[in-house]
Design a binder for this molecule. Structure first.
Ligand code: C2O
Ligand code: CU
Length: 460
């Protein structure tokens, strides 16, 4: 793997594809897309046009599809009047394609282009989003779904992305711009919205076929809201988490923190209609509806769908442990912290620098190096959420094992790229550092990241 990745770094794929016939990867298909970040308008309500930032003027941005083993090539153009970049959330990427401004690439300036090109070697549900001042750019709609399919997906009749976003709109169905940068939001739970959309719509309807299998791919693109979904089915069958196949789990409802994905499989035999609800709001909201339609002929054999789950925890005897104490925020215990090498008290940091969160007393940024680890080293991020707030912790470029307390009787290690840590929780995030480069580790509540809860790990 490593050698191929390094090899791909040196030569452009197109050259490889045309000039080097006998290589293993000469069958790799290059799947091409064009994305443009535009200032666009969008109707949340028939009467009012909201000013958003959108990829290809669509909300969400276009669904990018590839098969496992393909190479994705995305030619990107920035038509905004501010810099931006795109991050491919959950993809085990080549570092220089990871889309983190200043760390892995220069920001893409207004009017400039950037070509992202990387192999996708793991199937699953992913997403892409702006990574420059994402607390504003993502809040205005710069994101879209990315799905990598494998053979098993051929057996599935209906495959539907359910990309959820929690917008904060004003009375005129415009983005509430005044509250961008609110110290109250930044020091508390982040920018919590008041308007839930599924694929850009309020309570949309989808049709799925009877006597078959449907796959739903949930993605939470919210700035900060931890969504919770339930349905009119007693059991919801979770088959993948953050793109990774798990032993099937039947749950009544499930949480989806910012950045996380969960896929469900639904057997549509004997179903007429399924309603999904979002239940984190004080009032339960109808999220979307699936209407089951008659199929003329018997569809696929639904008994032979098996998702391989082969999670093998790496040996941790010689692991390198990195202690991370998360601090700050409202009602927290952070009295002083270092910002660019200068120790300041919390009040000064909050009011003058708008910095509110820290790892190990350091106010983070895209340039804050948390630790350097050797290539192929087993790493344990020993994280303590010593704050009064939950945080959705995301590691770029790698999945990590975590003993999740979320799935009660299935309380076992799962492999994910974003983990919701409750206030006071301690967790070990374990991964093999087999992907060289500088990988961000940050809170995906975007206001928390902007105000200090961000760092990177250098794998050398
Ligand atoms: Cu989806 Cu650095 O994030
Ligand atoms: Cu956070």
């Amino acid at each position: 793997m490593t050698s191929r990745r390094q090899f791909l770094k040196i030569l452009p794929y197109s050259f490889l594809l045309t000039a080097c016939k006998p290589l293993v990867f000469d069958t790799k298909k290059v799947v091409k897309y064009e994305l443009a970040a535009n200032k666009s308008t969008f109707n949340f309500n028939e009467k009012f046009k909201a000013n958003l930032f959108l990829y290809n003027n669509a909300n969400p941005g276009p669904l990018l599809k590839a098969n496992v083993g393909d190479i994705l090539k995305i030619d990107f153009k920035n038509n905004l009047d501010q810099p931006t970049s795109i991050h491919w959330h959950g993809i085990k990427n080549i570092n220089k394609m990871d889309g983190v401004p200043y760390l892995t690439q220069d920001p893409v300036q207004p009017g400039e282009t950037f070509s992202y090109e990387f192999p996708v070697n793991q199937s699953g549900t992913y997403w892409y989003h702006a990574h420059f001042e994402s607390w504003e750019q993502v809040a205005k709609g710069l994101y879209g779904p990315l799905v990598v399919y494998d053979k098993t997906d051929d057996l599935i009749e209906d495959d539907i992305v359910i990309l959820a976003d929690d917008w904060r709109l004003n009375k005129n169905y415009q983005i509430d711009e005044k509250s961008f940068g609110s110290l109250m939001d930044w020091s508390h739970a982040g920018r919590i919205g008041n308007w839930l959309t599924i694929n850009g719509k309020k309570s949309p309807q989808y049709s799925i076929k009877e006597n078959s299998i449907a796959r739903l791919r949930f993605i939470n693109a919210s700035n900060a809201r931890v969504l919770k979904f339930g349905s009119s089915l007693k059991n919801n069958n979770i088959i993948t988490i953050d793109g990774v196949a798990v032993k099937s789990m039947l749950v009544e409802d499930f949480t989806l923190a910012p950045g996380q994905r969960i896929d469900l499989l639904i057997n549509t035999a004997d179903l007429l209609k399924v309603d999904f609800f979002e239940i984190s709001h004080t009032k339960q909201l109808k999220a979307f509806t699936l209407n089951v339609t008659k199929a003329d002929n018997k569809t696929k054999n639904i008994t032979n769908i098996k998702f391989k789950s082969n999670l093998i925890l790496p040996k941790i005897d010689n692991a390198k442990t990195i202690d991370i104490r998360m601090q700050g925020g409202a009602m927290g215990n952070l009295s002083k912290a270092n910002l660019d090498g200068v120790e300041k008290d919390f009040r000064t940091l909050a009011t003058e620098d708008k910095k509110l969160w820290a790892f190990n007393k350091e106010i983070g940024s895209y340039e804050y190096l948390l630790a350097t680890v050797k290539l192929n080293q087993v790493v344990i991020l020993d994280v303590w959420n010593d704050t009064r707030w939950p945080h959705s912790m995301h590691l770029h470029g790698n999945h990590f094992f975590v003993k999740s307390k979320e799935f009660k009787e299935n309380n076992d290690y799962i492999l994910r790229d974003t983990y919701l840590m409750q206030a006071g929780e301690k967790a070990k995030l374990i991964f093999v550092a087999d992907n060289p480069g500088k990988w961000l580790f940050h809170c995906h509540m975007l206001e928390h990241a902007a105000s200090g809860m961000v760092s990177y790990i250098d794998v050398v």
